[in-house]
Design a protein around this ligand. Structure first.
Ligand code: GLP
Length: 260
């Protein structure tokens, strides 16, 4: 089991703690490189980072960010962020980028609309290398243990590539994001471009966030069960020295007894 698990009493405290880790790294290294996730879990962390930018002067102008993934067929030009779609680029623009001092040219997201997706994946990898690698990679976790869009059975050696999404992931994404926005089930993309597991593991530090009862089983299995490709997040157990798991009480309920 990974020792570095920080359990907070609720979602808000988890989010504030996660934001403090990010802010600490930015203050220590103003030109740091961050790996960013989408999903409902990191929204509270983004909100707190926006507050820190607005009221404490936390400055993102030297920071470079790489998002984990994007749906095939979707994407957004951050210089003209007008189209309404469910791309992760739009999510990042609305929830975070447009509120802070991050430069648009330093906010990188795989382009799911690229004609040549293989080339786009290679280009993305080369941009990460060019930036000197990722200082802090932040992750969420899917109910089936996926990280980014590395679905169960993704090779641990995988790099940025196009991945077919599993039925459970498509169903989760429909319920959380597409249905509330009025989209039909059939409109949820079935493929995505995702950083690979090996790409993620090259980050100097990794912070995984998990919140809510629906994550308690997967957190337990991923962090204390066997390390196997069927459970992508279990690979994190191989790197205890650079992994920090931050959860709320409910997500950790099968792992530890909460004492604070
Ligand atoms: C999507 C994203 C993942 C994210 C997961 C969990 O599949 N590609 O990066 O971790 O959803 O989302 P949520 O935080 O909404 O539970």
């Amino acid at each position: 089991m990974i020792g570095n698990i920080i359990v907070k009493s609720n979602y808000e405290e988890m989010s504030h703690y996660a934001a403090s880790v990010v802010a600490g790294i930015i203050r220590l290294k103003p030109d740091c490189v961050l790996g960013l996730p989408t999903g409902s879990t990191p929204i509270g962390m983004y909100k707190e980072l926006i507050r820190m930018h607005q009221t404490e002067g936390l400055d993102f102008s030297g920071v470079t960010t790489f998002n984990l993934d994007e749906y095939v067929g979707l994407g957004l030009d951050l210089n003209k962020p007008y189209t309404k779609d469910q791309s992760y680029a739009r999510f990042m623009w609305e929830e975070f980028f447009r509120h802070v001092s991050l430069r648009k040219e330093n906010a990188l997201i795989p382009d799911g609309r690229a004609k040549d997706l293989v080339k786009e994946c290679h280009y993305y990898e080369s941009r990460i290398k060019q930036a000197g690698g990722i200082d802090l990679q932040i992750l969420g976790i899917g109910t089936d243990g996926h990280i980014g869009f590395n679905e169960p059975s993704s090779p641990f050696s995988s790099r940025t590539r196009v991945e077919d999404l599993h039925a459970q992931t498509i169903a989760d994404n429909y319920e959380k994001f597409f249905k509330p926005a009025g989209f039909a089930k059939g409109q949820v993309p079935k493929r995505a471009v995702s950083m690979g597991i090996a790409t993620v593991l090259e980050a100097k530090q990794i912070m995984l966030l998990a919140s809510g009862q629906e994550k308690s089983d997967v957190v337990f299995k991923a962090l204390s069960g066997p390390i196997m490709e069927e459970m992508p997040a279990s690979v994190l157990q191989l790197f205890p020295e650079k992994i920090r798991i931050v959860t709320d009480q409910t997500a950790a309920s099968r792992m530890v007894k909460y004492t604070e």
